[in-house]
Design a protein around this ligand. Structure first.
Ligand code: NAX
Length: 328
């Protein structure tokens, strides 16, 4: 069998990883014929819990799992890694200001960006799930000057999947009928899920649904605030669905998008759709041979344009905040 692909995952003792690690190890990321070696990073106090997770991975006896290494030193854990999923982050605690949150995460993502820069394999792909995901990815990218900028993505696939499920439910069709969904902008409440370029059974979703009020007053806020609704219902934030989205984003990035469809990926801006360089924003992307391309020339109506601009403005504010903190 081929040499194992080294997959780094951070926040490995946390709730998302309690689902994610088992799916990667079972072959769901790279297929049943590709062995994977897991490299798991945690903070020191969580290493004991992580040892328990590793015991459970052992107890699955996955034939695709070639080895597991754990540690609290990013320089060792990231050595030679081909794929890196940065899930661990500092959550906002009571009384914490936004700038405190950016600063706490800045410390994590500057260090991890440098460690990836110095130790990861040449082909490394880095996906940030930990919040604020877009700006954490920007910090990691800025601290890894030797890695091409296009190797840094942030996760909006969970928002993408949420939008897909809402459109399918509204139209009364199977989710497989819903394609070409796009999340634009930031992974936050300002994100813009685009029902106008989405398709249902190959037809424009907004035309088929024909209910602008539902799009504005129901679809948008439901997708934007879904994370909060899950916390309200479950008493804990999305975990299995976030793990699923993290896995799907990386699988798409490695394996490609289906013909005629695209995926939402937060990627470094390059001027597409008038969004200047400097932030990491979600776009419709196709992937071929392990490289993504931003889908060009989609039509944006005035409603969409205003929503996208508002979300990008929020990304610029975060960019300015981390710039003034000296993190990028
Ligand atoms: P948990 O608090 O259960 O787990 C996070 C883990 O990260 C903890 O075990 C912690 O010890 C570890 N950690 C903290 N600092 C670290 C560091 N410097 N190096 C390595 N590990 C470190 O959170 P969980 O529910 O798993 O969520 C993880 C992150 O995903 C959070 O930032 C969360 O906000 C974010 N999310 C992002 C989503 C997205 O769509 N982009 C959706 C789900 C989720 O809310």
């Amino acid at each position: 069998s081929p040499a194992p692909v080294k997959v780094a995952v951070t926040g490995a003792a946390g709730q998302i990883c309690y689902s994610l690690l088992f799916r990667i190890a079972s072959g769901e990321l790279l297929g049943p014929d590709q062995p994977v070696e897991l490299r798991l990073l945690e903070i020191t106090p969580a290493l004991k819990a992580l040892e328990g997770v590793v015991m459970e991975l052992d107890d699955c006896a996955y034939t695709t799992l070639a080895g597991v290494e754990i540690g609290d030193d990013a320089n060792k854990v990231f050595d030679g890694v081909n794929l890196a999923m940065l899930v661990g982050a500092r959550p906002r605690s009571k009384g914490m200001e936004r700038s405190d949150l950016l600063e706490a995460n800045g410390a994590i993502f500057t260090a991890q960006g440098k460690a990836l820069n110095d130790h990861a394999a040449d082909d490394v792909k880095v996906l940030v799930t930990g919040n604020p995901a877009n700006t954490n990815a920007l910090i990691a990218k800025s601290n890894a000057p030797d890695i091409p900028a296009t190797r840094f993505n942030a996760l909006t696939r969970l928002d993408h999947n949420r939008a897909k499920a809402q459109l399918a439910a509204k139209a009364g069709v199977a989710v497989s009928e819903v394609t070409n969904v796009t999340i634009w902008g930031n992974h936050s409440a300002t994100q813009y899920p685009d029902a106008f370029n989405a398709r249902i059974g190959g037809k424009p979703a907004a035309e088929l649904i024909n209910d602008q009020a539902w799009i504005e007053n129901d679809f948008l806020p439901t997708v934007q605030k879904r994370g909060a609704a899950i916390i309200e219902a479950r008493g804990a934030s999305s975990a299995a669905s976030a793990a699923n989205a993290t896995l799907e984003h990386m699988r798409t990035w490695v394996g490609g998008t289906a013909d005629g469809d695209w995926a939402s990926m937060a990627v470094p801006t390059d001027g597409s759709y008038g969004i200047a360089e400097g932030v990491i924003s979600s776009y419709p992307c196709t992937v071929k041979d392990g490289e993504y391309s931003i889908v060009q020339d989609l039509e944006l109506n005035d409603f969409s344009r205003a929503k996208i601009d508002a979300s990008v403005a929020e990304l610029r504010e975060e960019q300015e905040a981390v710039t003034s903190l000296g993190l990028i």
